[in-house]
Write a protein that binds this ligand. Structure first.
Ligand SMILES: [Zn+2]
Length: 173
C-alpha cells in the first residue's frame, strides 16, 4: 500500500520492514492531511440458512419421497456458495402428496422456508403461504411452463404438468 516514509499505517493495515500492508480485502482510504492510510473491509457477513428464513433454491435431484435442492438466495440475498438442503414429501404441500413428481422436478426453482437445522443440512418446507415452485420447466422439451387458465402448460409443446406452485408462479424475478 505504501511505505512508512509516505504514510502512517492506520486501521486495517500493518507495517513490516517499512512497508505498509493491508490486513484484509477492502477499500484503501488515504488521509492526506494526517498522512495516514486505512483500509475499510468489504467482506460481508455470509448469509446462513436459519430456521424461519425464506430461501430460493434449484431442485438438483428429485426422488419419490424427497428432493435435494441447492439454496442460492437467502432472505433475498444471493449466496456466493450455495447450500444443499432437503425437501421431504411430508412438508412439501398443504395437501397430502404421494410423489415428489407432483410437487417439483429437477431443474425447478422453489421458494421454501427452513424448518429444521438440527442435522446441519437444512430441512425445508414448501407447504406455507407464498411457498412452492416459482419456475418450472417442461419435462418433455425443457421450455418454461406457463400457468394460465388454471393449468400448468408448456407453450412450446403443449405438455400439461403438475407441481406444488407458489401463488405468484411466473410473476417473480
Ligand atoms: Zn414442452
Amino acid at each position: 500500500m505504501g511505505v512508512v516514509e509516505q504514510f502512517l499505517p492506520g486501521a486495517g493495515t500493518y507495517e513490516q520492514e517499512g512497508t505498509i500492508y493491508s490486513n484484509f480485502t477492502g477499500t484503501a482510504k488515504i488521509d492526506l492531511r494526517n498522512k495516514r492510510v486505512t483500509v475499510v473491509p468489504n467482506t460481508r457477513i455470509p448469509e446462513l440458512p436459519r430456521e424461519g428464513t425464506t430461501v430460493l433454491a434449484s431442485v438438483t435431484h428429485a426422488q419419490e419421497k424427497m428432493a435435494t435442492v441447492s439454496i442460492w438466495k437467502i432472505n433475498g440475498k444471493s449466496l456466493q456458495n450455495p447450500f444443499t438442503a432437503i425437501l421431504h414429501i411430508s412438508s412439501s404441500s398443504p395437501r397430502y402428496e404421494r410423489n415428489m413428481a407432483d410437487v417439483c422436478k429437477a431443474g425447478d426453482i422453489i421458494r421454501a422456508r427452513v424448518i429444521d437445522m438440527t442435522n446441519r443440512i437444512p430441512q425445508l418446507t414448501t407447504a406455507g403461504r407464498g411457498l412452492g415452485v416459482v419456475k418450472a420447466f417442461c419435462s418433455s422439451c425443457g421450455g418454461i411452463l406457463d400457468f394460465t387458465t388454471r393449468r400448468l402448460q408448456c407453450p412450446s409443446c403443449g405438455n400439461v404438468e403438475r407441481r406444488r406452485l407458489a401463488e405468484d408462479y411466473g410473476k417473480t424475478e
